[in-house]
Design a protein around this ligand. Structure first.
Ligand code: NAP
Length: 327
């Protein structure tokens, strides 16, 4: 089968596409004929050695896929050959086939295409866990979403609005902000030209944001410390800006809000039942037509380096997807 390979840490241009043996199945694994694979920011980190997981070489990046099950391990009970599914894989997604653990495989609604399926589990899984489990977001609360035109960002705008929050979106371009507006943001802040703290105070009548969803970190996090409401929850999602910020304990004491860590991958391991329940809720929302990932660009398997570079260059609005087979 064809697969993208990372043979040494380096930029996207150092990746190659080669023919390799299909992956072996464990007893609780399924084989998926991959139709599409989602591109995520952690894929840009794992190939440079900057991610927390460092797989042995050579490895295939790609942490989420949509496709059809072609084989199941002897202990698999919940899915069958022929099922249309989405799955998270950690690595191995930028290829024609992957082996996925049964626990990370979800049958998708008939109405969901494989490109949408491939763009779904990481962003929506993270966002639902962040807003509901960690953020305790309530209807009517102000939700401030940073990097709101990115993969996890747009899903946070969309799901936050659906949960009844009033959403303020920040991003670095007019195009990304416009997309966030279409997904439900009622106030927009361009953080390249506007001060986040001042604008959030103005929009919320000085109260600040009740929940902050921050996948950017750096200066954006620093400004959030100054516009999170009393009893607010500042959710640490990631550090796309490249700088891991610090939260001064005195500020938390005086302003009475919490900084809350969110690591969806660990959540699925520590609380698998709760994670699957979250997915049942999310897939019901997909079937009802209430949520749909925003895929703005697709590339073929050979284009995986360009797709990753586009993400690094902040050129992707919503999700980029690798299309492996025609659906
Ligand atoms: N905690 C978890 O469980 C979890 C799960 C998934 C992802 N994440 C993390 O969430 C972050 C976003 O992931 P994603 O897949 O949504 O990425 P993405 O689609 O690339 O979105 C990231 C956004 O960050 C903004 N950004 C600001 N400074 C940037 C910089 N120097 N380089 C690149 N982007 C920059 C960009 O928006 P503008 O151009 O508008 O500034 C971009 O749209 C990553 O740090 C990722 O590791 C965490």
């Amino acid at each position: 089968m064809k697969a993208v390979l990372c043979k040494q840490f380096g930029p996207p241009s150092s990746l190659v596409v080669e023919d390799i043996a299909p992956p072996q199945l464990g007893p609780t694994d399924v084989r998926i004929a991959i139709h599409a694979a989602g591109v995520n920011f952690p894929d840009t980190l794992i190939i440079t050695g900057a991610y927390q997981n460092k797989p042995p070489f050579p490895f295939t990046p790609g942490m989420e896929v949509g496709g059809i099950i072609t084989e199941i391990g002897p202990k698999v009970t919940t899915v069958k050959v022929g099922d249309r599914v989405m799955a998270t894989t950690g690595t191995g997604g930028f290829a024609e086939q992957c082996a996925a653990a049964e626990a990370s495989v979800y049958v998708i609604p008939d109405s969901m295409d494989f490109v949408s399926a491939a763009a779904f589990p990481v962003t929506y899984g993270t966002t639902y866990h962040a807003l509901v489990d960690r953020g305790q977001l309530k209807p009517g609360e102000w939700l401030l979403v940073h990097g709101a035109g990115g993969g996890v960002g747009i899903s946070a705008v969309e799901v936050g609005k659906l949960l009844g929050a009033r959403v303020i979106a920040t991003a670095g371009s007019a195009e990304k902000l416009e997309t966030a507006r279409q997904y439900g943001a009622e106030a927009l802040i361009n953080y390249r030209t506007e001060n986040i703290r001042d604008r959030v105070k103005e929009i919320t009548g000085d109260a600040g944001a009740d929940v902050v969803y921050d996948p950017v970190g750096g200066d954006v996090f620093d400004q959030s410390l100054r516009c999170t409401a009393w009893k607010g929850r500042l959710l640490v999602i990631g550090f796309a800006s490249g700088r891991i910020p610090q939260a001064p304990a005195n500020l938390l004491l005086i302003k009475g809000f919490s900084v809350v860590g969110v690591y969806w991958g660990s959540f699925t391991v520590h609380e698998p039942e709760k994670s699957r329940a979250n997915f049942r809720t999310l897939l019901d929302l997909v079937a009802e037509g209430k949520i749909k990932p925003h895929v703005s660009a697709t590339w073929p398997l050979e284009g995986a380096p360009e797709a990753l570079q586009a993400l690094i260059d902040r050129k992707v609005t919503g999700k980029a997807v690798i299309t492996v087979r025609q659906s």
